[in-house]
Design a protein around this ligand. Structure first.
Ligand code: PLP
Length: 397
């Protein structure tokens, strides 16, 4: 197999070409190596490969696979990291990045506004293994400063939080964290690899749920951890390859092909999101439209400093609480009720009764997740059709 060496290409070119490995057949479209195992010519060759596998030598798909390696190399090139490890889901990436690094006695500081399953790992799983976790309001730098300690091993946050779309100042938090020698692990799902260079802003490790914008077409689960070669191969990989969180070659192939269009899709979705956010702001029946690309967003300036665009997600606060929010959901004709995001199809969910149902009312209040809040993931449909759909649904609330 031949590999494309890293090149100083723009992101859009990297997303199409980086990491390609061609077999002896010279295929144009990346090959799907749907194989669990690999054969050795001799017993000595098997022994040698177990001692040290070369860059084009594989042992078992849980350890690595040529199609998975292509996806890892391409996303690492896109993200601007030395290496990446692909995982079975976004949660395998979040869990793998944290658990491979931490041990009993370590301290972690985390933003409290987190995706439900991320919160479960930080609040329930890590403390069970003797890791102490302090939670802070991620937008308040004084809280980060107060929580960081000499024994803080890592900080964790979603660069844009789910579902209230708070923007966290990566450079400022990374500065503080690096001051005590802590590793900065950023969940960059909402900001996407297209709009934000978290590594350049100071993050050390970036994790994605590739299930979201990277697949972007609602098909397969996947995740990825991006970081230095040392972190990926000496910390994350040993843990993940032995505990079973690896990505399947089929899913890696779907994700590889999806990376070819991720830039186009995210840009189109973000443009439409801005049209919808502007079109809905001030509409009767809505208390608030939360979108980082709107001047009314409390961290609009920071959002545009960190991200090229406002992103593909909008939070809407419907007047009239849960009943009104449900009426709006049930009146939509194009936009579908689903808790996934980043899809080509526009999807909407009521966080208080779905993604954040597990939280107590007090926890939801603290995070700003009201009974009237809806989270809208903007897809690839016509912007005018989507705005009309939301307006007709609002009129029927
Ligand atoms: C969806 C999501 C995850 C988890 O990803 P899965 O692929 O569903 O396991 C983690 N973090 C954020 C911010 C997400 O939106």
């Amino acid at each position: 197999m031949t590999q494309t060496p890293p090149k100083p290409w723009h992101k859009r070119t990297r997303a199409v070409h980086s990491g390609t490995r061609r077999s002896q057949y010279g295929e144009v479209s990346e090959a799907l190596f749907l194989t669990q195992g690999f054969v050795y010519d001799t017993a000595e060759a098997a022994e040698a490969r177990f001692i040290e596998a070369g860059p084009d030598e594989f042992i078992y798909a849980r350890y690595g696979n040529p199609t998975v390696r292509m996806f890892e190399d391409r996303i690492a090139a896109l993200e601007g990291t030395e290496d990446a490890f692909a995982t079975a889901s976004g949660m395998a990436a979040v869990n793998g990045a944290l658990t491979s690094l931490l041990q009993a006695g370590d301290h972690v500081v985390s933003a409290k506004a987190l995706f439900g399953s991320c919160l479960y790992i930080l609040e329930d799983v890590l403390p069970r293994y003797g890791v102490e976790v302090s939670f802070v309001d991620g937008t308040d730098l004084d809280q980060w400063k107060a929580a960081l300690r000499p024994d803080t091993k890592a900080v964790f946050f979603e660069s844009i939080s789910n579902p209230v779309l708070e923007v966290i100042d990566i450079a400022a938090v990374a500065d503080l964290a690096h001051g005590v020698g802590a590793l900065v692990i950023v969940d960059n799902v909402f900001a996407t690899p297209v709009f934000q260079d978290s590594i350049a802003l100071g993050a050390d490790v970036v994790v994605y749920s590739a299930t979201k914008h990277i697949d972007g077409q609602g098909r397969v689960l996947g995740g990825v951890i991006c970081g230095t070669q040392d972190f990926i191969r000496n910390t994350a990989e040993p843990y993940l390859k032995h505990t079973g969180g690896s990505m399947s070659p089929f899913n890696a192939w779907v994700m590889l092909k999806a990376l070819e269009t991720v830039d186009l899709r995210c840009r189109a979705q973000a443009e439409t999101a801005l049209v919808l956010a502007r079109g809905l702001e001030g509409a009767s029946g809505l208390r608030r439209v939360i979108y980082p690309g709107l001047a009314s967003h409390p961290q609009h300036d920071l959002a545009l400093r960190q991200m090229e665009k406002g992103g593909t997600m909008i939070a809407l606060e419907v007047a009239g609480g849960r009943a009104a929010a449900f009426r709006l959901l049930n009146a939509l004709e194009i936009i579908t009720i689903s808790n996934n995001l980043g899809d080509a199809k526009s999807l909407v969910t009521h966080p208080a009764t779905t993604t954040h149902q597990r939280l107590t009312e007090a926890q939801r209040d603290a995070l700003g997740i009201s009974e009237g809040m809806l989270r809208l993931s903007v897809g690839l449909e016509d912007a005018g059709d989507l705005l009309a759909d939301l307006q007709q649904a609002l009129a029927r609330v």
